[in-house]
Ligand binder design. Structure first.
Ligand SMILES: [Fe+2]
Length: 434
């Protein structure tokens, strides 16, 4: 078991690094050090930051080894420098950053070979290694978002996502009652996903798939962006100040819309989930449609609750790790897939594409679960609780399976839309169905 775990951890570290290399080798040095948007770090910052976190946690903390580069800790501390300031820092150059992350990785693998994996909670079940794998994969998704903001000739390629295979109903009834939210058993779950606890959720309807481009275009055509009725007070103020008129990367194309994906502009695909909308846009669409966004608990119940057993599954399709047939994850495709493309990934209640495709905005702020305990450090989750964030669930086409599960929680500011964010709607079912 222990040897198997070591091999599995090493394979996950290797897989994350291959993706980091793909994202950073795809562009020249100028593109690596340039800032493509004030919202994003230069790619070369993400690269060395990934190595620095690996050094701090695996080499120094778990391994008890001497620092590789203590002098650069401050530069790559995300709390010390906002993204907009990072290009002006004396960062490692591309060649230096690559050498540094390679050096750290060699030491981390040596630590992995020697560490006792039953030696305390930080290394139990390989947790610290899993945390670092997830951290690198999360930065890879961030780097993918930077690629989407980059201008110039396309540099990334992937096969198109699968076609729709089934027709979906508009919405699905989730029966009222208690379910288990969060986890005590998921080995690499982060502190904010813990502990498992019971939540009472009244009956509600939820969309069988995320809201599509075609539906979203109807909202625009109906004047949704110009009608204050559909927007919250803050949402309307932001819509006005930011001049929002359509999702980010959309542009008029005759009577319809085109969008730019990773440097290629094409007509929008009507039945693909809309992506690059902020929370306020999602909220306005839902109001226009006579609906609302689901709460975080509703989303998780729709994704995990099995009415036959009363148990919460790891994933909508069951407890098995995601395979290509279940969900659009891991940057295999550079786009969400049409609604109905993943029947094998549906939940027991028949809700589709909860995992992968697009991060889904929920109406919930980011708060600790009852019984929350900081692990292993406050800066992972605790410092963000109660801030101006909304929780997003489910992962996107750019999220790796290692950083995605039914309990995984993401959070961001409600105005953000450079992330791969979409949504689905919900509505109350009324007491007769509870
Ligand atoms: Fe980070």
């Amino acid at each position: 078991m222990t040897q198997d775990l070591r091999l599995a951890v090493a394979a996950e570290l290797e897989r994350a690094r291959a993706r980091t290399a793909l994202l950073t080798d795809a562009v020249d040095d100028n593109d690596l050090v340039r800032q493509h948007s004030p919202l994003m770090s230069p790619l070369v910052w993400d690269l060395a930051h990934v190595g620095n976190q690996e050094e701090l946690w695996l080499v120094r903390d778990v391994g008890g080894r001497e620092p590789v580069r203590r002098d650069i800790d401050e530069l790559y501390d995300a709390f010390k420098h906002p993204r907009g300031d990072r290009p002006a820092l004396p960062l490692l150059g591309p060649a230096e950053a690559r050498a540094y992350v390679g050096q750290v990785r060699d030491k981390a693998l040596d630590v992995l070979d020697r560490v006792r994996l039953d030696d305390g909670p930080l290394v139990a079940d390989g947790f610290a290694f899993g945390m670092i794998v997830q951290h690198e994969q999360q930065h890879d998704e961030t780097m993918l978002a930077t690629h989407q903001l980059r201008t110039g000739a396309p540099v990334l390629d992937a096969v198109p996502p699968p076609q729709a295979r089934v027709e979906l109903p508009e919405e699905v009834l989730v029966p009222g009652g208690a379910f288990t939210m969060g986890t005590d058993t998921e080995a690499w779950a982060l502190d904010n996903e813990r502990p498992a606890h019971t939540v009472e959720v009244p009956a509600f309807f939820i969309d069988a798939a995320p809201v599509t481009n075609a539906r979203y275009a109807e909202f625009i055509a109906a004047g949704g962006y110009d009608d204050q009725r559909w927007w919250s007070e803050r949402g309307w103020a932001h819509r006005q100040a930011a001049g929002l008129t359509a999702p980010q990367h959309w542009q008029r194309d005759g009577d319809g819309w085109a969008c730019t994906k990773f440097g290629r502009t094409e007509k929008i695909v009507p039945d693909e989930p809309v992506v690059h909308v902020c929370f306020f846009e999602a909220e306005a669409f839902a109001a226009w449609a006579g609906r609302r966004l689901p709460t975080e608990a509703e989303w998780e119940k729709a994704a995990r609750f099995d009415p036959a057993t009363g148990r919460s599954r790891r994933f909508p399709w069951g407890d098995d790790a995601p395979e290509a047939r279940h969900a659009n994850l891991g940057q295999r495709h550079l786009s969400p897939a049409p609604a109905g493309a993943y029947p094998d990934g549906a939940s027991p209640l028949g809700v589709h594409q909860l995992i992968g495709d697009v991060w889904e905005w929920t109406s919930s702020g980011f708060h600790p679960y009852p019984g929350f305990r900081v692990f292993p450090y406050e800066e992972y989750s605790q410092v963000f609780f109660g801030g101006d964030y909304r929780v997003l669930r489910g992962g996107s086409f750019g999220t790796d399976a290692a950083a995605c599960r039914g309990t995984f929680r993401n959070w961001d500011h409600p105005i953000r839309r450079q992330i791969f964010s979409g949504f689905r709607c919900a509505r109350d079912a009324g007491p007769e169905l509870t």
